[in-house]
Every structure is written in C-alpha cells, then in structure tokens.
Design a protein around this ligand. Sequence first.
Ligand code: GDP
Ligand code: CA
Length: 319
Amino acid sequence: MRIVVLAGGIGGARFLRGLMSAVPEADITVIGNTGDDIHLFGLKVCPDLDTVMYTLGGGIHEEQGWGRADESFAVKEELAAYGVGPEWFGLGDRDFATHIVRTQMMSAGYPLSAVTEALCARWQPGVRLLPMTDDRVETHVLIDDPDEGRKAVHFQEYWVRLRASVPAHAVVPVGADQAKPAPGVLEAIAEADVVLFPPSNPVVSIGTILAVPGVREAIADAGVPVVGLSPIVGDAPVRGMADKVLAAVGVESTAAAVAQHYGSGLLDGWLVDLVDAGAVDEVEAAGIRCKAVPLMMTDAEATARMAAEALALAEEVRA
Ligand code: GDP
Ligand code: CA
C-alpha cells in the first residue's frame, strides 16, 4: 500500500511512528512543511523536516518532541557570549551539525530535496521524506507590535519568541504562490492509494503544504481516499497554540470546524476524539465521513491504533 502523509513537526512525526508500526510493509511518502524554515546564524534550519527525520530515525528528544536527544548547548552559549542572537530559538550542538551540513550542501547548489535525502541517508527514517518544495517559502504572521504597530513577523518569532501571546491578524505563506512542488511530490500523490492528514497544525503545517500550487489539486484529483485526524480535542489543541492561528483564518477551534475548513472537496474522512463524538453529525452533514475514536498519542500502541482507524475509514469511504 502506498500512503502519502502531509506532515508538520511533532504531531506529524508522532503519528508517522504509529502509522509505520500499524502497517510496517507500507510504502510511505511524507510531504513535509517547509514554511517554518528559518535562517539563523547563517544556517538554514528546517524544524519540521528535522522533527520528522529525528523522530523516525531515533534521534529525537522524546519528552520535548523536537531537537536532539542528549543535547548540549555550548555553541549557543558561546554565541550569546558574543552577544549574537536570537537567544529565543533553541539550537543545540548536535542539531547545529545538521544545519551546517544542510547549508553547506545548499551553498554547493544542491536543492533542499536532495539535501534532505542525504541527511536521511544517515537517519534512515523508513519513509521517503520530501520537502513540499525546493523553493523558499516563509510563513509570516501579521501582529500588532506595541512599538511598531501592525507588522509581519516570521512564524518562528510569533510561535517561539512571542509564544503566540498576541492576536494573529493573518498568516501568510510568503513565496508559496510562486513555489513549485519538490520533485516527487505530485508523482507520489498521483500514485498513492491513500492520503492522510495527521493531527498536524491545519493552518501553519498542512495549510502551508496545501498552499503550494498544484498540491491541493493533485490530492483532490487523485481519486483516492483522503482521511484526516483532528489536532483539536475538546475544543483545544492537544499541544501548542493552533487555536491562535485558526482564529487568524477565521476558523473556530473545534474538531468539526477544522474538518469543514479542509472541506468535502478535499477530505473524504475525518477522525475526531471520543470527547468530540457530538461533532460527528455536523461533519457528516458537511459531506465528510466521520468517526469518533481515541485520538491521544499517549504511547506507541495508542498511536498505532489511531493510524489503523484512519486506514479503516479510508477503506470505508473507498467502498
Ligand atoms: P509542529 O510543527 O511541531 O507544531 O507539529 P504539527 O503541526 O505536526 O502538529 C501540531 C499539532 O499536533 C497541534 O495542533 C496539536 O494539537 C497536535 N497534537 C499533538 N499531540 C497530539 C495528540 O496526541 N493527539 C492529537 N489528536 N493531536 C495532537
Ligand atoms: Ca512546525
């Protein structure tokens, strides 16, 4: 079975681990979000691609959900001693090596997709990890700055430095309209038996991938089941601040509203958590098959069951 998964960082990566354990023989292509990418200290950092790569490759800091295990921060401390920031973005020594290799290869002319493949040769994630595009896309968030008035900040500045503490007026994937899907992206979608949206952020993770021209159309036209899992449980994100960016695009933080945001033109099936069982009828009325199942990725078994439920729903809508 060929499965395509659109993934952000933590939510996508943890789900993928469950999916791989539910269907070990499946051929999985992950289309990763690169809208969170940022240049820091002259290095290109791809937080979501790395979270997927480290999680599936066994190098992730498990409790934190991002960054490397057994990490140290000597480089960051030395940079701070020079007064060189930003200090709000946590880059550890081991992680720095990844960004150095990536930047070096890109300076030599390799596209991000080739660099990602090279990095994965070390980590062996067990999936084919593709960036959504080789072109530069940067998610910006429009906020009201107390001193400078309304301005756009990089997504990471909004998310990590400001912790989404101020209202977001808009979320813009800058460059997305000019971007081309990375090599292999449209082909993987066209050849897929099923497309899954893990419980990743619907706006700044999956929304950004869908903003690359051609991707949404390819998924809608593939003629295969498209099934998603809600990142919103009990009217709040399970982790993080997705409610803030959902508000920016005028979507309520409910499992039903997120399903309708994707819409029946894209989504065939949607899983909500048991606590949101009351939302099933509303989602089905919107033309999307819906089922309530446990959606907390508390451990490997629970996550594998979620993946199995998603695949079962895909078979149901295929029939
Ligand atoms: P990020 O790029 O690291 O922010 O990660 P993603 O975009 O891939 O996923 C973030 C989303 O995962 C958040 O909106 C969370 O609500 C969701 N999430 C995290 N853990 C769980 C879980 O156990 N169950 C569900 N349903 N969603 C989760
Ligand atoms: Ca992310």
